[in-house]
Design a protein around this ligand. Structure first.
Ligand code: ADP
Length: 902
């Protein structure tokens, strides 16, 4: 701040300036630069002090901040501001950074100040605040009767700007869920749309656009002006809602960057039906990017799959995972490239080694464009670019026997422009150890500017000159201990010890007395000092000039660099997928337009990593629309039903994103949508009326699934009483079978549903096997044909550590219930009425013939025998005596093999 800003009359003028700036940014917290601090005033200060833990003071010293006429104030040091700003944006706030636009030393009166940038939840450019592997989108939505709804979103740190058209509110909410924006731009007068989004995403910060286009035509004209050839004008002119949404996002992003142009050069229009649609439920249930409980990245498919070497690759992998493809040719192109990199081990390692040395070219180029790149940033960019020829060399090993028409070619080619000119300019100008700050200079290499080199010589020659003066003065005065020294208070001075004071000449001016000496200055030293200081200032200024020119050069090339970054990112993702395929034994899926899904020895990519080596049991699953359309998966709790049905969905997603899949072989007929519904019992964290939510989600599936979809239903109907639950599950399965025709997996512990397979030709029963062993349950994890015949609920409860007395009592009740049923009397009111196990609800329908006893591992062969014996028995026909004999016989069989128990 200028010295006179502190004077008595100035505060009012300063506060006037503050209020004037604040009035233009009423919905942002204003960080007002005063010298080395950002200060906040009034309500901003009161609020920030509370949430940031700062001390609230008052602008008029001595006044109590609680008093009316005192202006509440608090501040943060400018160099530590990023952390505080990050905290505020995380809370959903916008922060306007108001800087000093003039050098306070050269200004009399109030320094000119204005907002240079607004930092918002969706528009953050500080690299320390951003997660390198996640995009940071700001989105907007709009409606128009001609084309429904438009969704647009942009990431200003990468130039990624996309938009699409959706036809229903449901699809609009879905698409927003997939994009996961951090901020939504709204305009006045569209309260209904804002409320719709708020209902679905209550915590998504909504920000108002200052100036919105009145019509779609106006929006289109404005966009064309802003993006020129980068705008898909033709297509957009038919999509007014999309044009409106896109203009809103871009206008908003521009509003936040007051000084610099955005690194956004083009708008990418996409169609929702170009991609496998994974709605919000499916994304959450399948834990694609975050776990269901806790929302952590670890444990998600993305985390398991992410072997990318650069942040750019990390972000693109996420995009491929959330937007898998439908086009068979495009999927195969990716698979071809992955296959190449799987096969060429050496090339893959080399490629990944060079990728590991890549900085975030996309974000670095954007930072240059936004005018915030530092010397350090540009060095990192330069080094990344300089590494690209080696990357291309390594890729050529993987491509060696490819002909140009070969589809794998595409993904493994970085094109002719590797930014070599920029790499050269950057690395021959900037020092390898350049710092992030331009304040001290020192980052421009010698030999770049003759003037700069000369000024540096003056600074270093200065030391010689001082030695010269010192020697001369010693001779002149005859004081051998005379020294020329420097301190920050009065610069260069001559120090003479007390014993020699008599010899001090008249032209020395006394400045200070210290313990054993006196300090003097001379006119010569004063002049010299001024020269050095001005040389130093000039030096810093010249370096800054060189740096800014360089940054402008990079900014001007940002479109090229973003395109190049995108190619490097794609190579990174392909190499990462190849690495995973190699490390974990994934196989190339055979992807086609058919309606068969055939997975042999398929595994769950995340669960198999958590299991002990070799501990995961692979399974075969086949689905098709002709004969095996709906697999009814039964088995006790904890048997592995959910894991199985999820691994099928994950394999489809992996295949369609271009990845190999965890199986021995895989054939995937492309799916248009993946739907999942997880029963209330597994999803309690959600609160609210879980049954209502479950039914709403099920309705959504039944309305939107097509013959091409994959539907995964887990324990549907569990959120209500057994009768209701079974009935609903039954009807849903029938509808999927008769009307929708989608390939579906239906996991349930309602064994009653097994009867469906007798009534409907394309319903097939399978069970995840489990066996009882000495009163405990043994999970075999193996999928067997036929339905399960027991639920082992009590055994599982025992496994979970339920007290023995409770387990024993449960067994007793279970026996009573089962004998009641056997006696045909139905449950008696005295028995527990909730969740009655295995009621004979569908006894009217023909019961399924019991499954052929599954093949058991050798030590369990005896069990198999016993199971077969039991299957053959008709309990109703047994006399008590015969029953006793049977039990005794089976018990003997068991005890004779106790030592071979698993
Ligand atoms: P369910 O849905 O039948 O209750 P889950 O699918 O939740 O059972 O599986 C229970 C546990 O069993 C999982 O946490 C997992 O660790 C393990 N599991 C599931 N499937 C397998 C498998 N094929 N191989 C090894 N362990 C498995």
């Amino acid at each position: 701040m200028a010295a006179n800003e502190k004077s008595d009359g100035a505060p009012t003028a300063l506060m006037r300036q503050y209020l004037e700036v604040k009035a233009r940014h009423p919905d942002a917290l204003l960080f007002f630069r005063l010298g080395d601090f950002y200060e906040m005033f009034y309500e901003d200060a009161v609020y920030a002090a509370r949430v940031l833990g700062l001390t609230l003071t008052s602008r008029d010293k001595g006044k109590d901040p609680e008093k009316e006429d005192a202006v509440p104030m608090c501040g943060v040091p400018h160099h530590a501001a990023q952390g505080y700003i990050a905290k505020l944006t995380e809370l959903g706030h916008r922060v306007a950074l108001c800087e000093q636009l003039e050098d306070p030393r050269t200004v009399k009166g109030i320094v000119k100040r204005d907002v240079v940038r607004v930092i918002t939840p969706g528009v953050i450019i500080d690299e320390e605040t951003l997660d390198p592997r996640t995009p940071n989108f700001v989105a907007a939505v709009a409606a128009d009767p001609r084309d429904g709804y438009g969704v647009a979103f942009a990431d200003v740190t990468t130039g990624d700007f996309r938009a699409t058209s959706v036809q229903s509110r449901e699809a609009l909410i879905d698409e927003l869920a997939r994009v996961e924006p951090n901020e939504l731009v709204v305009v006045d007068g569209e309260a209904e749309l804002a409320a719709l989004v708020r209902k679905a995403y209550g915590r998504l910060p909504q920000s108002r656009l200052k100036r919105a286009d009145a019509t779609a035509e106006e929006a289109l004209a404005w966009l064309e002006d802003a993006l020129g050839a980068g705008l898909p004008r033709e297509a957009l002119s038919r999509l007014p809602a999309v044009a409106l949404a896109a203009a809103r996002v871009l206008r908003y992003a521009r509003e936040t960057q007051v000084l610099a142009p955005l690194p956004i050069a083009r708008l990418e229009l996409y169609h929702r039906d170009e991609h496998l649609i994974i709605d919000e439920q499916a994304r959450a249930h399948l834990e694609l990017t975050a776990t269901m409980l806790g929302g952590r990245r670890e444990g998600s498919l993305l985390h398991t799959l992410d072997a990318t070497c650069s942040p750019m690759g990390g972000r693109l992998l996420r995009r491929w995972l959330l937007f898998p493809l439908l086009d068979v040719a495009a999927i195969r192109r990716r698979l071809d490239a992955v296959e190449r990199l799987v096969a060429h081990h050496g090339a893959r390692d080399e490629v990944r080694r060079h990728l590991g040395a890549q900085g975030d070219v996309e974000r670095l180029a954007s930072r240059a464009r936004l005018g915030v790149a530092t010397p350090r940033d540009l060095v990192v960019l330069g080094r990344s670019l300089a590494r690209l020829p080696s990357l291309v060399e390594a890729l050529s090993q993987a491509r060696q026997d490819l002909v140009p028409e070969d589809p794998a070619h595409d993904g493994l080619d970085l094109g002719p422009d590797l930014g070599g000119d920029l790499a050269h300019a950057l690395l021959t100008t900037l020092d390898d150890n350049a710092s992030a700050s331009t304040k001290e200079g020192g980052y421009v290499l010698a030999g770049v500017s003759p003037e700069l080199d000369e000024l540096r010589a003056i600074a270093s020659g200065g030391r010689d000159r001082i030695a010269e003066i010192e020697a001369r003065e010693r001779t002149r005065t005859g004081i051998p201990s005379l020294k020329v020294k420097f301190n920050n208070v009065f610069g260069y001075f001559i120090e003479v010890t007390k014993t020699h004071l008599a010899s001090v000449p008249a032209d020395y001016v006394r400045k200070q007395t210290v313990a054993n000496a006196e300090r003097f200055v001379t006119a010569e030293l004063g002049e010299y000092e001024a020269k050095i200081l001005s040389a130093d200032e000039r030096r810093v200024a010249i370096e800054l000039g060189i740096f800014q020119a360089l940054r402008d050069q990079v900014a001007a090339a940002s479109d090229r660099l973003l395109a190049l970054g995108a190619k490097v990112a794609a190579v990174d993702v392909l190499a990462a997928l190849a690495e995973q395929a190699h490390r974990n034994g994934y196989v190339r899926p055979d992807v086609d337009d058919g309606e068969v899904l055939d997975l042999r020895e398929c595994r769950h990519p995340v669960v198999e990593r958590l299991a002990a080596a070799g501990g995961f049991v692979p399974n075969d699953v086949r689905l098709d629309t002709e004969t095996q359309q709906l697999l009814l998966v039964t088995g006790p709790n904890m048997a592995g039903k959910s894991t199985l049905i999820r691994q099928v969905a994950l394999s489809v997603i992996l295949a369609q994103m271009g990845s190999f899949v965890p199986a021995r072989s895989a054939r995937v007929g492309v799916c248009d949508r993946v739907f999942t519904r997880v029963g209330a019992g597994d999803n309690l964290a959600r609160g609210e009326s879980t049954f209502l939510v479950e039914m709403r989600e099920t309705a959504h599936i039944l309305r939107n699934a097509t013959r091409k979809s994959l539907v995964i239903l887990d324990e549907i109907g569990r959120g209500t009483s057994t009768y209701d639950g079974v009935s609903i599950a039954w009807a849903v399965a029938e509808h999927l079978h008769d009307r929708v025709g989608a390939r579906a997996l239906f996991a349930t512990h309602y064994h009653e549903l097994c009867a469906l397979s007798e009534l409907h030709p394309r319903v097939v029963n399978v069970a995840v096997a489990a066996r009882e062993w000495n009163g405990d349950v043994v999970f075999l994890r193996k999928l067997m044909p036929g339905g399960a015949n027991r639920s082992f609920g009590v055994e599982v409860a025992k496994l979970a550590g339920l007290p023995d007395v409770v387990v024993a009592r449960a067994q007793e009740i279970l026996r009573t219930l089962e004998s009641d049923r056997a006696g045909g009397r139905g449950p008696s009111p005295a028995k527990p009425a909730q969740e009655l196990p295995q009621l004979g609800l569908f006894d009217g329908a023909r019961r399924p013939t019991p499954a052929a006893a599954p093949v058991l591992p050798a030590p369990l062969a005896v069990l198999e025998d016993i199971v077969a014996r039991l299957h053959a028995v008709q309990p109703d026909d047994l006399s008590p005596r015969a029953a006793w004999a049977l039990v005794e016989e089976l018990r003997k069989k068991l005890t004779s093999t106790d030592s071979s128990a698993p």
